[in-house]
Each structure stands twice: as C-alpha cells, then as structure tokens.
Ligand binder design. Structure first.
Ligand code: ARG
Length: 472
C-alpha cells in the first residue's frame, strides 16, 4: 500500500518527480488561515449535527489552534509529499489529536474545502484592496480640489483638441476608479458564497447543516447546486477581470504621466522618490514607477486569460487543472496592491509645472471650435463656420501665430461676422468656462462633479467599513 492519505487502492508510491509536479503546497500554504478556519467551522457543524462527538470536536479545535500558532510562528514544516495545504494540516492534526483528527474529513472533500478556502481568502483580499483603491480615489479628488484653476489642452489623437480644467481630466480617472470600486464590490459578492458541504461533487449522506458552516464563516449565501459549488471559478474570473480593468486604467494614467513628464510636454514632474537614474547618462531621470505599472498590466491580463483558458474546456466537476487557478490569482493580488500604493504615492508627490502647461498654449488651436461656435451664434450654419475657422487656422500657421494673434481685419476678410469681441470669446479661459453643459468642463460643472464624487466616495466607504477588522 502507498503511504499517502489516499493510498488504500495503490500498490506503489508516487514517482518523485510526479509528487513534486502534483504538489501545490509551495503556493497554497498561503491559505493556511482560511483552511484552518474552514476546518474549525466544519468540525463545529459536524458536532452540532451529532456526526462527531463533542469530545472529538474539542480535540480537533485544540489541535487546529495549536497548528495555527505554529504556522504563524514559522515553526510548521510543510511537506511536498503531503501535496497541499489541506493534507499538510490534516496529517499534522491526526498526529496530534489521533482518531479525533481522522474524523475531521467526514462529509467533506478537498474539492469543497479548497473552494471554501479560496472564497474566504478572496473576500478578505477584496476588503483589503478596497483601502488603497479608495485612498487613490481620494488622492485624485484632493488633487482636483487643489488645482481648480489649471487649464490643460485636452487631446484627441495626441493633438491639442479643446482646453479643459486639469481637474476635469483627473475627475475622468476618478470616474474610472469609481467603476473599479463597483467591480471590486461585485467580486466580493461573487466570492461571498459557501461551497462547503458540496462534498466531492454530489453532496453527502450525512445530515449536515450547510447554513451553519456558512454562518460560522461569515458567508452570506450558499451554493444551491453541489456540482456548481465545486466546479465554479467564476469568482476568480470576476476578480481577475476587475484587476485587469483596474490595471488598464492605471496603465493609461501612467502613459499620460510619462508623456507629461517628457521635456516635449513638461506639464509635470514626478518626484525623485518615484524615479530612477541611468547608469550611463548622467542627465536622466526616468519615470520607472509609471513604466513598471504600465508594464505590469501584461502579467495581470495574462492571469485573466490563463484562468479563462484553464476553465473553458473542463467538464464538471473538479479536475486537477483547477489547481492552476491559484498562482495567477495570488500574483495578481500582490502586484495590484503594490501598483496601487506606488501609484498613490507618485500622485501625492507629483509637481505640476504651470509654466510648462501655459507654454503649450502658445502654438495651440484648441480654441478653434469656439471660434466656429462664435459664428454659429451669429447665425451661420455650423458647417460654414467650420470651414471659415479652418481657413483662419491655416492663415495663423502661415503667419506663425495662433488664432488670438490674428488681426481683426484678416478675420473679417474670412467673415464679416467677426467683431472685436472675438478675441475675448476665444481666450482659453472663456473657452473652458463656456462649456457649461452637464458633465462638461466649466468651473461650475467641475465643482459639481467634485461634490458628487465626494458623496459617491462616502457611500463606497460606507459599504466597506463594516468589513474592516476593528482595531483593538
Ligand atoms: N490542491 C488542490 C487544488 O488546489 C486541492 C483540491 C484537490 N482535489 C482533488 N480532488 N485532487 O486544486
């Protein structure tokens, strides 16, 4: 008989390389807390339902508590030959608690056990991720509030398009992160469902109480189909989608920071603390933090595609392929956390170079739409006005100036509707504040957005706060 826990029907031991290949302990040991918590809840339920005795329960709880302490102190030796976190802990429990330990796995399979562990773990990580994401959203709001007077040229095709308040630009990112927070909430809710009691796949012949384990573990719901309970990895896909969309947003923002910091733009300066130098070129100050975050998007998207690919061909229920769900998930969590904190720090210490921004308006035609609108307001159909202003732009380029630098006489040759108020009407400030439609960039609209954003963030905080561990 083979020496593994499941060795009854085996004549020979596992090949050494196969043992290593098969084992997940190297990475799933990170789930030890959830695994022990889940086992304790399962044991309590078994005792409550009279499937094991109170005495056995006491021995199991005592043994598991001691194992938890040992792992936390780094005194526990994880063994590859015991394959995964479940069997490492169970076999140690049996060593310590004897026959009582051997009863723990009654009415349970590693299939519902691992699913429960990951559900618990992911819920905790969603709660913990909400903090840096909320903090980042707050940082953007603060920055928007502090720089309400700065106007930048907003771009399409990376060309000056129309002027907007810098705050308006920041608030666009705020909206993106607000949606990310909604997706995080959805991920949390998708994980807030207990698979425990599904057994291997078909449930159990024992009179268990699934609601009780769910309550003990703080799960809001329980899976209503045992096959689904052990086959489902949608909650991981949901979470990695959240991570992917979030890092896509961070990456776009980083791309803008990198551009804005280049000497061609000179809109901002990223703090020394988030930059690095070159080993050869003494003049360099590189935006490495922003570039790394942009680069990390590749691996996060990879994890999403990996889990989708692993799952797409799997028949119900558990297949060993599903062990591949963990490393990508853990890596995504670690990297997203790091990216959020570094990004937040980088934004908090960002210097805005107002003179560089002002300079960018020297050779700028971002007020051309406003010139056309001026003519439209005097009765000209927009298409005519568009053409006339296009000609004005061409003329200004020829004269090496911008629209404000043209003479009124030149403009009147293009259209007699131009009068001397045109220059005030196309000043950058007038252009920005003239855009006063709902969601537009006028100072009034931006202020409205800031207030609304503060309100929304307060509601988001209220959702998460009840899950934050109370500080002692
Ligand atoms: N280590 C496994 C995993 O992570 C645990 C579940 C094993 N179940 C099984 N039937 N072999 O997926």
């Amino acid at each position: 008989m083979a020496k593994t826990m499941w060795g009854g029907r085996f004549n020979r031991d596992t090949d050494k390389l196969m043992e290593k290949f098969n084992a997940s302990i190297a990475f799933d040991k990170r789930l030890f807390r959830q695994d022990i918590k889940g086992s304790m809840a399962h044991a309590k339920m078994l005792a409550e339902c009279k499937i094991i005795s109170k005495k056995d329960l006491a021995l199991i709880i005592k043994g598991l508590s001691a194992i938890l302490k040992d792992i936390e102190k780094g005194k526990f030796i994880f063994k590859t030959e015991l394959e995964d976190i479940h069997m490492n802990i169970e076999s140690e429990l049996i060593r310590r608690a004897g026959d009582a330990g051997k009863k723990l796995h009654t009415a349970r399979s590693r299939n519902d056990q691992i699913a429960a562990d990951v559900h618990l773990y992911l819920k905790e990580e969603c709660v913990s991720l909400s903090k840096p994401l909320i903090s980042l959203a707050q940082t953007l709001l603060d920055l928007s509030n502090k720089n309400k007077d700065i106007i930048i040229p907003a771009m399409t095709h990376l060309q000056h398009a129309q002027p907007v308040y810098f705050s308006h630009h920041l608030l666009a990112y705020f909206s993106m992160f607000e949606r990310d927070l909604q997706r995080l909430k959805h991920s949390f809710e998708a994980a807030d469902i207990s698979p425990l009691g599904a057994g291997a796949l078909a449930g159990t012949t024992f009179p268990i109480d699934r609601k009780m384990t769910a309550d003990l573990l703080g799960f809001k719901n329980i899976y209503s189909n045992s096959l689904d309970a052990v086959s489902d990895r949608d909650y991981i896909v949901d979470f990695l989608s959240f991570c992917s969309i979030l890092i896509m947003h961070l990456s776009r923002f980083c791309e803008e920071l990198i551009l804005w910091q280049s000497s061609e733009f000179s809109f901002i300066e990223i703090d020394d603390a988030y930059s690095t130098g070159s080993s050869m070129m003494p003049q360099k100050k590189n935006p490495d933090a922003a570039e790394l975050i942009r680069g990390k998007s590749g691996r996060i998207f990879g994890h999403l595609i990996a889990i989708l690919t692993v799952m797409k061909g799997l028949p119900l229920a558990y297949n060993k392929d599903m062990q591949e769900d963990k490393e990508g998930l853990f890596d995504a969590i670690d990297n997203i956390k790091m990216c959020l904190s570094v990004f937040d720090g980088m934004i908090k210490t960002l210097k805005i170079n107002e003179s560089g921004i002002k300079k960018s308006f020297e050779n700028d035609f971002s007020n051309a739409t406003d010139m056309a609108d001026y003519l439209v307001k005097k009765g000209l159909p927009f298409r005519f006005a568009h053409k006339i202003c296009g000609q004005a732009v061409l003329l200004a380029i020829k004269k090496r100036t911008n629209l404000i630098g043209l003479d009124l006489d030149d403009l009147r040759k293009l259209s007699p509707l131009f009068e001397k108020d045109i220059f005030e009407k196309i000043s950058i400030k007038t252009c920005v504040n003239g855009r006063d439609s709902y969601g537009a960039t006028s100072a009034k609209q931006v202020l409205f957005q800031i207030n609304k954003a503060m309100e929304n963030l307060k509601n988001i905080k209220n959702f998460w706060i009840k899950y934050y561990p109370k500080s002692k």
